[in-house]
Ligand binder design. Structure first.
Ligand code: MLT
Length: 314
């Protein structure tokens, strides 16, 4: 009997690969870092493909999809998959939205603290032989207002943790009910502008869509408090990078902590030159638990879908 073939184009946890192989009728090939051209050539030889954010599945890859039936995303965001092109070819797109929620939540908390206290800059300074305590004056989070844009799984978990810091929490999310926000002790605002005006720290937890791309530009930054702190562990492009650069440079934004970029890796990105911008290389989902979580979920769904059983798709 011919086996199903699954191609994995980014690193995923062993536990997920094991689930695929345990199925006995599934063959797995791992090609992390595969080029777009090679992928285009071979994609049609596989029944399913598993990606993370390192591979972009564009429409041209799906022009001649061969036997490809499933695109599985070991993670939440589907902004790197052309879902419309896939649907036109009858290809199922599925993700693993719950596996790395806490990983992204905990990185956000770390980034918020890093930005409020300039921890990464202080670390570099001391490692470089300086002992400069005056330079690293921070901002206390207690009693400050945290604005959460997007009160889904990650945003809600950030709210729960920020409460324990004694922060007042407001959120903007047109897709959730007031009662959900209330149960979290969060004040749900009717519009983004109000959140921007009253928040001392703003964190973003939305997918990258037509609505959220460039959600924050010069115009929105002008509405913010002077000395606001911005955290983005969601997606590059939600905050316009040029406008963020200007706002950090002028001091309008005190500090920003950013895990995600419009273009990744952000080679030559001028934001990286700024001392009040703290960065990580898109590691929001990178915990042992988070990676195991998404790999297991996506592998189980793919096994089910290949065998005609029910599965959850995006
Ligand atoms: C996600 O959308 O879940 C993350 O960005 C996944 C990743 O790290 O690739």
């Amino acid at each position: 009997m011919e086996k199903f073939k699954v191609l994995i184009t980014d690193h995923i946890a062993e536990e997920g690969i094991k689930i695929l192989l345990d199925s006995k009728d599934i063959e797995v090939e791992e090609k992390p870092g595969i080029s777009h051209e090679e992928l285009k050539e071979i994609i049609g030889n596989y029944d399913a493909i598993i990606t993370r954010s390192g591979t972009t599945i564009t429409a041209d890859l799906l022009e001649n999809p061969g036997k490809l039936k499933i695109i599985g995303r070991a993670g939440v965001g589907l902004d790197n998959v052309d879902i419309e092109a896939a649907s036109k070819k009858g290809i199922i797109v599925m993700n693993a939205p719950t596996g790395n929620t806490l990983a992204a939540t905990e990185l956000t908390m770390g980034m918020m603290l890093a930005a409020a206290r300039k921890i990464p800059a202080a670390h570099i300074s001391l490692k470089n032989g300086e002992w400069n305590r005056k330079k690293f004056m921070g901002i206390q989070l207690f009693n400050k207002t945290l604005g959460i844009v997007g009160l889904g799984r990650i945003g809600s978990n950030v709210a729960i943790r920020a409460k324990s810091f004694g922060m007042k929490i407001v959120a903007y999310d047109p897709y959730i009910k007031k009662s959900k926000a209330e149960s979290l002790g969060v004040t749900l605002l009717d519009n983004l502008e109000d959140l921007l005006k009253i928040s001392d720290v703003i964190t973003f937890h939305t997918p990258l869509t037509k609505e959220t791309k460039n959600m924050i530009t010069k115009k929105e930054i002008e509405l913010m408090k002077d000395g606001v702190i911005l955290v983005n562990c969601a997606r590059g492009g939600i905050i316009n990078e040029n406008d963020l650069y200007d706002a950090l440079k002028s001091g309008k934004v005190f500090t920003a902590a950013i895990d995600v970029f419009e273009k990744e890796p952000p080679k030559g990105n001028k934001l990286l030159e700024l001392d009040n911008l703290f960065v990580t290389p898109h590691i929001g989902a990178n915990t042992e638990e988070g990676q195991k979580g998404v790999a297991v979920i996506i592998a189980e769904q793919i096994v089910n879908a290949l065998h005609g059983k029910s599965y959850i798709n995006a």
